[in-house]
Design a protein around this ligand. Structure first.
Ligand code: SF4
Ligand code: SF4
Length: 68
């Protein structure tokens, strides 16, 4: 199983530090007025399919990470 970031992502960057494997990667930091949006993707070579990023405890605000 693989996990992917869908278009529901708000680019909040919350998930980056929550992945225990460091598999959620910021593509860029884009200053936008006072906000810094962080587009992210999941590196399939680092992801161990642990499921943390889709658990209720994890709390992605939009549930943007899904099993592919
Ligand atoms: S926590 Fe969810 S909405 Fe925020 S950057 Fe990660 S995938 Fe996108
Ligand atoms: S399944 Fe686990 S290792 Fe893979 S991206 Fe989600 S939290 Fe990280």
């Amino acid at each position: 199983m693989a996990y992917v970031v869908t278009d529901d992502c708000l680019q909040c960057g919350y998930c980056i530090s929550r992945c225990p494997e460091g598999a959620i990667i910021a593509d860029a930091i884009i200053p936008f007025e006072r906000w810094e949006l962080q587009p992210v993707h999941i590196d399939p070579d680092k992801c161990t399919d642990c499921g943390v990023c889709v658990s209720e405890e994890y709390w992605c605000p939009t549930g943007a990470i899904v099993a592919a």
